[in-house]
Design a protein around this ligand. Structure first.
Ligand code: ZN
Length: 104
């Protein structure tokens, strides 16, 4: 039973080690090894590792994408014809009204 729990803990820490490493831009294989060898403490240390430049760029790109998605889900009512348009609409499809750039 103790062996079973140990294996379960290894699987879980290995999984999260791989996840944390991949998220920070490192090879997930080393994260799995890290998690299995060092256990939950290793996960705490892995969480403190600085992300690679690539991971930082990816995080910035993801945040920019989320912002555009958020804006696309907003609604802007056309002041000319009152049609409800998406937040990223530039020209109203009903009346051709041009929305000011960057308006939410
Ligand atoms: Zn319109």
């Amino acid at each position: 039973m103790a062996l079973f729990i140990s294996i379960l803990v290894w699987l879980v820490t290995g999984y999260f080690g791989g996840y944390i490493f991949a998220h920070k831009g490192y090879s997930p294989r080393w994260g799995i090894v890290w998690g299995v060898v060092l256990g939950p403490l290793g996960l705490g240390i892995a969480a403190l590792l600085p992300p690679t430049a690539e991971a930082r760029e990816r995080a910035i790109a993801e945040s920019a994408t989320r912002q555009v998605l958020w804006q696309a889900n907003q609604r802007q009512v056309c002041p000319s014809c009152t049609r409800e348009n998406s937040g990223i609409t530039k020209i109203c499809p009903r009346c051709g009204h041009r929305f000011p750039q960057g308006a939410g």
